[in-house]
Unconditional design. Structure first.
Length: 117
């Protein structure tokens, strides 16, 4: 599977990312970095430990990576959770927000893994 096919499968714009990163090889490199860093797992660990500052740092990082990689649908879910964690412990139940971020990450990850198969 090519990088373009990954973006097509995710319903995202390959051309937008290509315009920003200039080379397909660079897109592939960053796609692999996105899953190798596994920032989502780190965020989940921080939430389990009630370390909301670290969880915020991780979701903020995911939000930035999503923006740079052109994952616009996932970016929206990351932004919602990021804002919920911005001031520390959220004032509402964030389970649904966390699940959307986790599910979105798994979808992106499994699609990228297909690139390497």
């Amino acid at each position: 599977m090519t990088a373009k096919e990954i973006y097509d499968q995710l319903g995202e714009s390959y051309d937008e990312v290509l315009g920003r990163l200039a080379k397909d090889e660079r897109i592939v490199k960053y796609l692999n970095m996105f899953i190798e860093q596994d920032t989502c797992t780190e965020m989940l660990k921080a939430l389990e430990a009630n370390d909301y500052q670290e969880a915020f740092r991780m979701i903020h990082s995911l939000k930035g990576m999503s923006l740079n990689m052109g994952f616009s649908s996932y970016l929206i879910d990351c932004e919602v959770l990021c804002e919920s964690l911005r001031n520390g412990m959220p004032d509402h139940n964030i389970d649904a927000e966390v699940k959307k971020v986790q599910d979105g990450y798994e979808k992106i990850k499994s699609t990228i893994i297909q690139l390497n198969a």
